[in-house]
Design a protein around this ligand. Structure first.
Ligand code: HEC
Length: 389
């Protein structure tokens, strides 16, 4: 019985070793293309845990130099030419649910994908520079939203000047970064530096004007002396200037910035006069003006001139506060007894002894009277004040 079984199992293997009768030319399988066949799988299934953000198991798979680090743990992951010595391949092929299987989350890689990894390693695990570039670009695009801006063309000298300036300012601890993938547009956030940032800094910042689209100067020490520099930032789309000393003269100067879409002026000295100038901005559609000097009439006048402009005076906050106060008052009324004198003993009510009866709170002078009432409420009903409403 056993002999027969072995023979059956071996038969195909023996057969395979026999030379094929008419040897057809074996199709020459193209080498695995790292950029097109491996990198996309790494990006989609591995980089979230083995990339710039996280390096689970101390492994990064987003650039060649990270994987092939001599003497490191990662070296075991892929041994070029030896798929069977490569921990990475072993992990891909583990049964679903195994503690060591990769990816550690989601479906296992398909058999075809695993086979591609096997062949790629067997063929020498080539990882061209173009693969690094592709991965870097894709990862950046995942992290940063794609937003495009129409910015003025710059020649090389101008561009270099801006880059040098940005570098110098970053050295001072300024947060200066591209707004999105594939754009030179800059987002500058100085709010963390608080009152270290003064009007003189706005003069420096004006050097980035052709690329500066988002600016956050909230809580900094800038004043209306910054107006002339802010007015040079002609590409600005968003300005966050909350809790600064800026007033109408600065906001009037901002009315020269044709691309400005949103201004946060919360807690500034913006008044109706400044607002009256801002309405001239063709693209402005959002203005936060809570706790400023802007009045309801000023807001109305502005909206009449610029119907698209949404001005937030924080009215809803006031509304919410007054609704909350009303609720508190109502609750207090509800818990207050409707009667001054105890209906059982005709003595003054002690607020510690009350109960809810027929939708009203009734007070008693002591626990005993309360108990007596609970037993026979009808007997004392005539002593209660007439029900309101
Ligand atoms: C959800 C997160 C996650 C994903 C996605 C993921 N891994 Fe991992 N990986 C881990 C964790 C956690 C470890 C460390 C624990 C361990 O060794 O099992 C690890 C370890 C490894 C190791 C061993 C590293 C070492 O030197 O010990 C390899 C190789 C590996 N992963 C390959 C991959 C590959 C290839 C993919 C994509 C096909 C992938 N992983 C996707 C979480 C993940």
């Amino acid at each position: 019985m056993r002999t027969l079984l072995v023979a059956v199992v071996l038969a195909p293997a023996l057969f395979a070793q026999e030379p094929a009768p008419t040897p057809a030319p074996a199709p020459v399988a193209a080498k695995v293309d790292f950029d097109k066949q491996i990198a996309p799988v790494l990006l989609a299934r591995c980089i979230s845990c083995h990339g710039p953000k996280e390096q689970k198991g101390d492994l990064r798979l987003d650039a060649k130099s990270h994987l092939f680090v001599a003497g490191s743990e990662a070296e075991w992951s892929v041994t070029p030419g030896k798929p069977d010595d490569s921990d990475l391949l072993r992990r891909l092929g583990l049964p679903p649910g195994d503690d060591d299987i990769m990816p550690a989350k989601g479906e296992p890689l398909s058999k075809e994908q695993q086979e591609l990894f096997r062949r790629w390693i067997a063929e020498g695990a080539e990882w061209p520079a173009s693969g690094d570039e592709w991965l870097q670009k894709e990862i950046a695009a995942q992290v940063l939203p794609k937003i495009t801006f129409d910015l003025p063309a710059l020649d090389d000298t101008e561009r270099a000047l801006i880059e040098r300036m940005a570098m110098k300012l970053r050295d001072k601890g300024w947060v200066i970064q591209p707004v999105a993938a594939d754009t030179e547009a800059l987002d500058v956030n100085l709010s963390l530096l608080r009152d270290q940032i003064t009007d003189a800094d706005m003069e420096l910042l004006a050097g980035l004007a052709p690329r500066l689209v988002w600016l956050n100067v909230s809580r900094t020490a800038i004043t209306d002396a910054s107006a002339q520099f802010l007015a040079q930032m002609t590409q600005l789309r968003r300005l966050h200037a909350a809790n600064t000393k800026l007033g109408d003269s600065t906001f009037a100067a901002l009315a020269k910035l044709p691309h400005l879409e949103s201004i946060n002026a919360y807690g500034t000295s913006l008044g109706d006069e400044g607002l009256g100038k801002l309405v001239a901005l063709p693209k402005l559609d959002r203005l936060y003006a809570w706790q400023t000097k802007v009045t309801k009439a000023g807001k109305q006048a502005a909206v009449d001139k610029a119907p698209k402009l949404q001005i937030d005076l924080g009215d809803y906050v006031e509304e919410r506060l007054s609704a909350a106060q009303k609720e508190i008052d109502e609750r207090a009324t509800r818990s207050k007894p409707v009667n001054d004198m105890c209906p059982v003993a005709d003595k003054p009510v002690d607020p510690a002894h009350t109960l809810e009866h027929d939708g009203q709170r009734i007070g008693f002078c002591c626990a005993k009277c309360k108990a007596a009432f609970q037993k026979e409420p009808a007997k004392f009903a005539s002593k209660l004040p007439a029900k309101k409403g």
